[in-house]
Structure formats: C-alpha cells, structure tokens
Design a protein around this ligand. Structure first.
Ligand SMILES: [Zn+2]
Ligand SMILES: [Zn+2]
Ligand SMILES: [Zn+2]
Length: 352
C-alpha cells in the first residue's frame, strides 16, 4: 500500500490540474470564481461565506392579482376575527353580569374591571401580532468583491423570489412576499408571518387567550350553575338499590339534559360559552406549550421541521428571558436559577 506522502509528484499535479470548466462557478455574494467538486450541489465561498446552490434559478414571481387576493383574504379574516372576539366578550358580559351583580356590587365592578383588562390585553396583542411586520432582513451589500468583506455573508443563502441575500434561519413567505428573519410559521389566524419582530406578541396573545378562556369558563360555569332549574330524580329515589352504577349515571345525565329545555336564553348562551371557552382553552394551551418548548430550545417551528434532531444553540431558561426581553431584575433571577442548575449538573458529572 502506498502512503499519500510517497505518491509521485506528477500524480498529485494531475489531480489539481484535471478540474474541468464546469466545476467552476461565480459566488453570488462577492462575485469571486469558486472551484468545487462536481458531485456537490451546495458550496460555500471561502471569502464572504455565502452559500450557493448549483441548481438554483430565478423563480417567477406570483401574479399581482393572486398576491393582492391573498393579502385581502388575510386582512378580511383578521377583521372578522376581531369583531367575533368583541361579540363573544359582549355576549359573555351580557350573560354573566346579572349573576355577578346579584352577589354584591363590589364583586360586579371587580369582575367588570378584570374582563375589560383581559379583553384589552388580548385584542391589543392580537392586533400587534397581526399588523406588525414579522421582520424583514436588513439590507446588506452584496454582488462584487470590493464591496463585500471577509465573512460578511457568513451562511447567507440567495432568495430566488426576492433576488436578495437571505440570512441564516430566515425563510421566504409567499403569502407575505418577503423573507422573514427567524420565521416560525405563517399564521392564517393573524394573517401574518410569525417572525423575529412579532413572535413575542404572538406568544403573549396565546398566553392572554389561555388566561381569558380559563376565566370565562370559570365564570360561565358558575353562572350556569346558579341559573340552572332545580332538578329532582324521582326514578333514582324509588329504586336506587336495584340499579347499576351505569344506569344511575345515565339517569342523572338524561334528567340534567332534559332540564336544560327549561333554561332561559341567557342560560343557553352561558352553557354554549362554557363549552366554547373550555375547548378553545384546550387547543390554544397545546399550541402555547409547543411554542414555549421551541423557544426554550432556541429553535423555531420551521427549523424544527427541516432538521428535527439538530441543536440550534444552547437550550435553557436564558432563551425565554431573551425572547421576552425581561427587565434586568427578572433576568438576573432567571439566569441565576438556570446557572445553578448547570453547576449542579457539572458537579454531578464530575463526581460520576
Ligand atoms: Zn463569496
Ligand atoms: Zn425572499
Ligand atoms: Zn407570511
């Protein structure tokens, strides 16, 4: 077997000089000529750090009518959703307030204030997530060697829709017609992308929906209980010893459901709101937990889809602190707790 150092000089020279013309390309970032292996579909410039794909071609932009239609549809959906939220809040207040004010005037005023605060918080965070730009990449010099410095475009790719450099972790959204930095996903419910600039408003909106729905569920269940017509179980009282547990349960459910026919319109609205708020709460809680777990990992939903097992930086509480931009004191408490956990892990591993 011949070692690489012992190979004849001629053979090595042949390897270098045998690169054909089609293995050369121009870096889109700095304009320098690159030499790459023929089998490599993706290559990185050694000067500016830009990544080029050998088979990328400029894409045809979507027709203006189609883009306008998508934008109009998103905005219409957002407007309908804001009015729907206002309608549900007003309906809830109309259904609950006689019960709450019947307890005491102070209790009624207190719950009115809590409802108003939650409503303002939810709708304002929704509007901010919906109407704030998700985060377009900053303009950067590119295209020719003297303008682009060493590593200026490190890990940048080229967006063939925008014809512009695309930073790492950015993705192009065809609905918003732009590249979005740290794009999480395009959300049809807010009619906007969730990205670096509005991600925290989106998560605050989810938190406020979960709190508001839990509060609404508690209030409507209490008010429904107060308004429910009195129920008696004649069959159950006469023959409960001869009935199985299943039959007793069925008897209770059918009698309670039958008594719902005697509920007033206000009572029916309360029952509907109780079921609706419980189901919305369950759905949004799952979404919120998923979002918080990605933030904890320092990841986004799209990056998780593209590389599920890859680590995108360090995971930990410091990611959540950074994400929400917590005030200095809260950040210190969080980071101290996080670092204490890491020190304990390290000492444990050393002892092992
Ligand atoms: Zn380059
Ligand atoms: Zn783009
Ligand atoms: Zn989008």
């Amino acid at each position: 077997m011949v070692e690489p150092e012992q190979r004849p000089l001629l053979e090595v020279e042949q390897c270098v000089t045998s690169i054909p013309e089609d293995h050369e390309a121009t870096c889109w970032g700095c304009g320098l000529r690159l030499v790459f292996a023929s089998y490599s579909p993706v290559y990185k410039c050694g000067w500016c750090g830009a990544i080029t794909q050998s088979n990328q071609t400029a894409r045809k932009p979507d027709s203006i009518c189609f883009s306008h239609w998508r934008r109009l549809r998103d905005r219409f959906f957002v407007t309908v959703l804001v009015f729907f939220m206002l309608f549900v809040i007003c309906g809830g207040v109309w259904a609950v307030y006689p019960i709450v004010f019947s307890i005491s005037k102070f209790c009624g005023i207190l719950h009115c204030m809590v409802t108003a605060m939650l409503a303002v918080f939810t709708i304002s965070s929704y509007c901010l997530a919906s109407f704030k730009s998700a985060g377009a990449p900053t303009n950067i010099r590119w295209g020719s060697y003297p303008m682009v410095g060493k590593n200026d475009l490190e890990n940048y790719t080229f967006c063939t829709y925008c014809n512009k450099p695309k930073p790492p972790r950015a993705h192009h959204c065809r609905s918003c017609k732009m590249c979005v930095v740290d794009m999480d996903h395009h959300c049809p419910f807010i009619g906007n992308c969730v990205g670096a600039s509005n991600h925290h408003f989106f998560v605050i909106f989810l938190i406020s929906v979960v709190i508001s729905c839990a509060y609404a569920a508690g209030m409507t269940i209490y008010a429904s209980y107060q308004m429910w017509p009195s129920v008696d179980f004649p069959n159950l009282a006469s023959s409960h010893q001869s009935m199985s547990y299943m039959k007793i349960l069925l008897e209770i459910i059918t009698t309670v459901a039958g008594s719902a026919f005697f509920l007033s319109a206000r009572g029916l609205v309360l029952v509907y709101l109780a079921f609706a708020s419980l189901s919305v709460n369950a759905g949004i809680s799952v979404l919120l937990c998923q979002q918080l777990s990605y933030i904890y990992e320092g990841n986004t939903y799209l990056n998780h889809l593209s590389s599920p097992n890859a680590m995108h930086g360090e995971r930990g509480l410091q990611n959540i602190v950074r994400f929400f931009g917590c005030p200095y004191l809260i950040s210190r408490v969080f980071l101290r707790y996080s670092n204490a956990g890491k020190l304990q892990d390290n000492s444990g591993s050393k002892l092992l």
